[in-house]
Ligand binder design. Structure first.
Ligand code: ADP
Ligand code: MG
Length: 721
């Protein structure tokens, strides 16, 4: 008898029939312990009780036959032809097998070998035979595990064949059983799950196919349950370690701001504002992801939230991933505040007005500033120096500070930072939160993370499972979805024609150049060449260029010229991917679109159609793989970002999407977040409920032990006090 945690510490070499040589092969595929071995589950089963004995095999049908090799030999009737012939038999009859140019079969199947042969039975010169069947060798030990039962067929690993696994796992189970069950009785009952011991036994050696399905269900649940337990523990830990505080929004600024907007908030915007508002009033820090399609109005929600903090006496920060985006956030927040009449009087030397506190001048005013590596500016004093700005932040003069990550790294010190909005950084992790806390004199500011990259529920429940999620699932009225068309390389002329038409109507366009992985230099060079080419091709248009190698100030200059309509066509690398807001841009051309990921294409497309004019997206590509073709078709078919994120997961698979060693995800060996979504939901609910009642898992020591043993280092910190 051994617990799963214990089995996770016993090397496979301790299993009879797996020596050091095979163990080394398995280790390369991540099978190092008995627990790993037990999770190497069959890829299919042969129901031997159901298989016709040889004597009753029917001509012309696909069958799988389990039989023993009696004779095998290879002849070479012609120089380029090797014919390997074998006679196989079970207790009822024998059959001839022939393989063409597969001479290795002779070595693989010496007489006496038990194997499963799958193929079509034919008649040749009056005798039954099977040619080129697929073979799973079942041999590898001394026990008759293949007669009269359901036979597991394992994925081969290196030279370790199915039959070897069959015997090794049989031995491993003998050694491990009974495997105790850490899951509380009530959860087993509520979810209709079999015991762990039965699950491991019957995923490998089921009495019926239906029993193997039930076994799989149990093991899948276990994987999700462990992952969700670790997430629930982490979340709990964050709450406990946090020094939070409750905001006390008065509505003085935020209500006024909302009232002065030239439009009504959408239902979805109001809904997320309520969710956020409830968090703000709570004593523990908010840690919330705000997701919504490009153009769904997240900025307005963020500003309203920041104002709720400011009116209660706190400072706020907005962090963007790049300087261009920080600049743009600064412009849009300044604009929104001005429109609501919340801007301070502009600073002039003869008056002290600009330096007044929030309400001293008789009307409320919000002081906002931007700080990046290259910019320092404030709406109450445009020419402010970097030094003066830092002093104003430290003295609490500045209410909202916009910037890049430099905000939480440089010599910036806030007087009373209460709220941080982070744009497009869903991996804003533990380390960054620690920095944020340092900026705020050891209190934990509330944190709102915004993203336009939709995260399907499968992911927000796993990868980002310790975040709360709010979703703006509705676009402001009157938007029409971007029209997307895929063009083959030869048809690209149509794209330039479209750009010229739109430019003639006063509109603007983006042309995004191919992604060059790991080489921003080459990428920049090819964008530069494309600008020259397009400028010659469309001489009457003004063609601009922006790429990641430009200095920040140059990038900003190009962006302002584009915003001001002084550039018709902006050739760019992917620097424009997130957040760029130029409502007059209507065409997005993406070259070599098959080299981009699904969500990236969707993001890029979101840059157009932001105004009242129809947005057009043209994807130029000659996809070289069916997968590339499928991705392009998916983007063209829908503008629903959640659908696309889901498609992406389906097309690329969870292994690729999650990355190899993403915390805890490596434990998902049987479970698939898409296929087993219902189990994920159930396991999450159960895991969070347990941690709610028993935050340290002190009443469930076996569960705690198992999370630790199975999820490894990524959860180690949870258990340090
Ligand atoms: P996001 O940041 O989610 O991409 P923005 O906040 O930039 O979206 O909003 C996109 C555009 O929609 C902006 O021009 C904004 O003024 C406008 N907008 C936001 N909310 C509404 C609304 N409720 N009704 C109409 N227009 C809106
Ligand atoms: Mg935005």
């Amino acid at each position: 008898m051994a617990t799963l945690s214990r089995l996770a510490s016993i090397p496979v070499t301790e299993v009879r029939s797996l020596g050091p040589k095979r163990a080394a092969i398995l280790a390369k595929s991540g099978i190092g312990t008995i627990a790993d071995l037990l999770h190497h589950v069959p890829r299919t089963y042969l129901d031997r009780s159901d298989k016709p004995p040889l004597a009753r095999v029917q001509l012309g049908t696909e069958v799988t036959i389990i039989a023993e090799v009696k004779k095998i030999a290879t002849r070479r009737p012609k120089p380029k032809l090797a014919m390997t012939e074998a006679v196989i038999s079970d207790d009822t009859a024998s059959l001839k097998i022939i393989w063409f140019n597969q001479a290795y079969r002779e070595k693989m199947l010496p007489p006496g070998t038990q194997a499963a042969f799958s193929g079509t039975v034919e008649s040749f010169r009056g005798k039954l035979q099977m040619s080129n069947p697929a073979v799973d060798v079942l041999d590898g030990g001394d026990e008759p595990l293949v007669t009269g039962r359901i036979v597991p067929i394992y994925p081969q690993v290196g030279e370790v064949k199915s039959g070897r696994f069959l015997h090794a796992i049989h031995n491993a189970l003998k050694r491990a059983r009974p495997i105790p069950d850490p899951l509380p009785e009530v959860l087993l009952a509520a979810n209709g799950l079999m015991s762990r011991d039965l699950a491991f036994t019957s995923i490998h050696f089921p009495e019926s196919i239906e029993q193997s399905d039930q076994a799989r269900r149990r093991l899948v649940y276990d994987e999700f349950f462990r992952l969700e337990l670790s997430l629930a523990l982490r979340k709990r830990r964050q709450i406990e370690d946090a020094t939070g505080f409750a905001h006390s929004p008065t509505g003085e600024l935020s209500d006024r701001f909302v009232a002065k907007l030239p439009y009504e908030l959408t239902g979805a915007q109001n809904k997320v504002l309520e969710e956020i508002g409830a968090d703000l009033r709570e004593g523990h820090p908010m840690h919330r992801l705000l997701q919504g399609e490009v153009g769904s109005g997240k900025t307005v929600v963020a500003v309203t939230t920041l104002l709720q903090g400011v009116e209660g006496g706190w400072q706020g920060a907005i962090m963007a991933p790049t300087e261009v985006l920080a600049e743009q956030h600064y412009l849009s927040v300044t604009g929104l505040l001005a429109q609501a009449g919340l801007s301070p009087e502009p600073f002039d030397d003869s008056s002290e007005l600009g330096m007044d506190s929030l309400f001293a001048s008789g009307r409320p005013a919000v002081h906002i500033a931007i700080l990046t590596g290259s910019t320092a500016s404030a709406n109450y004093r445009p020419g402010i120096t970097r030094q003066a700005l830092l002093e104003d932040v430290a003295s609490g003069q500045i209410d909202i500070l916009v910037g890049t990550h430099a905000l939480i790294q440089d010599g910036v010190h806030f007087q009373r930072l209460g709220l941080a909005v982070v744009d497009e950084q869903h991996r804003f992790g533990v380390a960054q939160r620690v920095l944020l806390k340092e900026k705020a004199d050891s209190i934990d500011p509330d944190l709102l993370i915004m993203t336009a990259t939709p995260i399907p529920r499968t992911l927000s429940m796993t990868l980002y499972g310790d975040l709360d999620v709010s979703t703006i699932d509705e676009l402001p009225p009157g938007r029409s979805p971007v029209e997307t068309t895929v063009l083959a390389r030869g048809q690209e002329g149509l794209a330039w024609k479209k750009i010229e038409e739109e430019a003639a109507a006063g509109r603007q366009a983006f042309v995004v150049c191919p992604l060059v992985e790991d080489s921003p230099k080459i990428e920049a060079a090819s964008a530069t060449a494309e600008q020259v080419r397009l400028a010659t091709l469309m001489p009457e248009l003004r063609v601009g260029l922006i790429h990641g190698q430009l200095r920040a100030s140059d990038k900003e200059a190009v962006m302002s010229a584009f915003r001001a309509g002084e550039i018709d066509v902006l050739v760019s690398t992917t620097v424009i991917e997130v957040g760029i807001d130029v409502p007059n841009a209507t065409v997005m051309v993406i070259e070599d679109a098959d080299r981009f990921g699904l969500s990236q294409l969707h993001q890029l497309r979101g840059r157009v159609g932001r105004g009242s004019h129809q947005g057009i997206c043209l994807l130029i590509a000659d996809p070289s793989t069916p997968e590339g073709e499928e991705r392009l078709a998916a983007v063209a078919a829908t503008t629903d970002g959640f659908r696309l994120a889901q498609d992406d997961l389906r097309i690329r698979g969870q292994g690729t999407v999650f990355g190899a060693r993403q915390s805890g995800m490596a434990d998902l060996r049987l479970a698939d977040v898409l296929r087993d979504f219902d189990a994920l939901v159930a396991a999450r609910k159960d895991a969070f409920a347990i941690v709610d009642r028993d935050p340290e898992l002190s009443e469930h020591p076996e569960l705690a032990e198992e999370v630790r043993a199975m999820l490894g280092e990524s959860v180690e910190w949870l258990f340090k006090s």
